[in-house]
Unconditional design. Structure first.
Length: 584
């Protein structure tokens, strides 16, 4: 056992024994009451220390140990009433059990308060307990002479000397009643905790919640019926004594039972082994979620070569921060980890079950990891193809701008110079005017060809005005009659517009060269988050993508955007080109 839990357990045990001996030597008429109270405190403290040792990363064990110890410290004022120090410590410790109890239940199983309302309530509870303890230490007498046979509180001498007009008992009566709204708020937060929990988390938290509910009802009845004089009546009524004892033991016993259940739950892993034998790749997460009763469970598979986690689809996964809303259990050692489970923090109480599930699912997770690694590589390949296409489009735009702003402008300037030279020569130039005319015509042909080349690289109209005007311009230049059946009016993502334009452009070029068609129909429609492109002609059909690079290049461009390209071209029945491109 680690030093800290061992020291606390030894000190707490010694304190319980000392108080029991002090109660007997002090003349308590109800010795059996002391035996019951301090024995139950010892049992609760021991369970807390065991939980603390088994789950050192959680504060649950520490809080569970502190809860019965606060009650024991509070009894110092009854047993050692002759000691001013003992009575002062007992008075200050009298009410700290309530915030410890609230923090223990609301923070289970991690021991950390994850939600702001829980933190606010516990903070208010600690403020209330501190105020109550300080007032108790001030207004009640720590001097010898305390009547332990009736366990009554006697007002402090200073209260009578300087504050004789002040009714301290009335103050504490209202302080006791002020605890009731805090109890109601605690029950509301506990109910919310159960409602928001996953099915597996609810199974874990429910025993503790029931024990907490029983304890809260007992304390509420105590406050309403007896107030701060409950200790006067408690030793004389064995029924209420046992109710109080059971309420105090309910929380640690329920936690201990839950931990034992978690160790025995490994037997249910056999069902998981059978299920995994028939589970296809990609569905291991669902099988684990059913076994752990956590539908929110997420599976992060570790790729050692890339040093990162991915999901079953190969997408990168970031593990949540420690002490957040979600818990993480890494499967396998650090140097050979397989995966990580992101799950309800309540499942941390079922550590044995998590380990058993991990052992049972190891082979399935290895297979799942290999599948995820392939998917991640495929995703990277698609991303690489998309980057290549994007880089190609950018280079096309650069070349088009250079041709338009550079060579084309120089040729236009040269054409103007030729016209000026011909005008100066006039009709009599020994044939030079005719030569200049021919040069001007050749220059105009070169400009037309240069414009066609620039349009083929990347049409400026597509960048400036969008897909609709660019397709209509393409249809006007086509040697075959083209009808545009539909084009989305809104602008689309640039990669989708470029892919659609070049697909239609290549299809029209093929129709003009090989199809011997009389008409072509083009339809572009956006359906949800996908762009559908259809090009139909009435030509001879028989197109084969394997005969040329044009259609293969289009297929690569469409697939690089995670799209699909389909070609139907039976001889004598024309050609139908259909593509679907994501455009979310």
């Amino acid at each position: 056992m680690r030093p800290a839990p061992l020291v606390v357990w030894v000190a707490g045990t010694a304190l319980c024994v000392t108080l029991l001996v002090g109660a007997i030597d002090g003349g308590w008429p109800f010795t059996s009451t002391a035996v019951i109270l301090y024995s139950s405190a010892f049992v609760g403290m021991t369970i807390g220390v065991v939980v603390w040792e088994l789950r050192p990363e959680s504060r649950t064990g520490l809080l569970l140990t502190a809860f019965p110890l606060s009650s024991v410290l509070g009894d110092l004022r009854w047993v050692f009433d002759g000691s001013a120090a003992a009575v002062t410590v007992g008075s200050l410790s009298n009410s700290i059990g309530a915030p410890i109890f609230a923090q223990l239940v609301l923070s289970y199983p991690s021991g950390r308060l994850r939600r702001r309302p829980d933190r606010i309530l516990v903070a208010v509870g600690w403020a209330y307990a501190t105020l109550y303890g300080l007032l108790l230490a001030v207004f009640f007498d720590p001097r010898p002479g305390f009547d332990s046979t009736i366990l009554e509180l006697r007002p402090h001498a200073l209260a009578y000397t300087h504050l004789g007009w002040f009714d301290a008992s009335g103050l504490f009566h209202w302080l006791d009643l002020a605890l009731l709204p805090l109890i109601v708020a605690f029950l509301v937060l506990l109910g919310r905790k159960l409602v928001r929990a996953t099915p597996g988390g609810r199974r874990i938290v429910l025993p503790l919640a029931l024990a907490a509910l029983f304890a809260v009802v007992e304390v509420s009845v105590q406050l309403v019926v007896f107030g701060n004089q409950v200790n006067t009546w408690l030793p004389k009524n064995r029924t209420w004594l046992w109710i109080t004892t059971l309420a105090g033991l309910g929380v640690p016993v329920s936690l201990a039972a839950g931990m034992l259940w978690g160790r025995r739950a490994r037997a249910t892993v056999a069902d998981l082994v059978v299920e995994l034998d028939h589970t296809p790749p990609g569905s291991v997460r669902d099988a684990l979620a059913r076994s752990l009763h956590d539908p929110t469970l997420e599976l992060a598979l570790w790729l050692p070569d890339q040093r990162r986690y991915v999901d079953a689809a190969g997408r990168a996964v970031s593990l949540p921060a420690a002490n957040g809303e979600r818990a993480v259990t890494v499967l396998g050692p650090d140097d050979a980890r397989v995966a990580a489970l992101i799950h309800d923090p309540a499942l941390l109480e079922r550590g044995a079950l998590l380990k058993s599930v991990a052992a049972a699912a190891r082979l399935a997770l290895e297979n799942e990891r290999l599948q995820a690694e392939l998917r991640a590589q495929l995703a990277e390949l698609r991303a690489s193809r998309a980057r290549i296409v994007s880089a190609g489009d950018e280079e096309r735009r650069r070349l088009e701008r250079n041709l338009h702003d550079g060579a084309q402008q120089r040729l236009l300037s040269l054409g103007l110079a030729l016209q000026l030279a011909r005008a100066k020569l006039g009709p009599d130039g020994d044939g030079a005017a005719d030569l200049l005319q021919e040069a001007d015509e050749e220059l105009r042909s070169a400009l037309d060809e240069l414009r066609e080349l620039a349009q083929g690289l990347h049409p400026a109209l597509l960048t400036e005005q969008g897909l609709g005007p660019a397709l209509r311009s393409l249809a006007e230049r086509s040697p075959v009659a083209v009808s545009i059946a539909g084009v989305p009016a809104e602008r689309l993502p640039a990669p989708a517009e470029a892919a659609s334009y070049f697909l239609v452009s290549e299809a029209l070029a093929n129709v003009a060269k090989y199809a011997r068609a009389s008409r072509v129909s083009v339809c572009v429609a956006r359906v949800d988050s996908r762009l559908l492109i259809d090009v139909d002609d009435d030509g001879v059909g028989g197109a084969d993508p394997s005969r040329g690079s044009g259609l293969r290049g289009l297929a690569d461009r469409v697939q690089a955007l995670d799209g699909e390209l389909e070609l139907r071209s039976r001889p004598g029945q024309g050609t139908h080109v259909h593509a679907e491109i994501p455009c979310a």
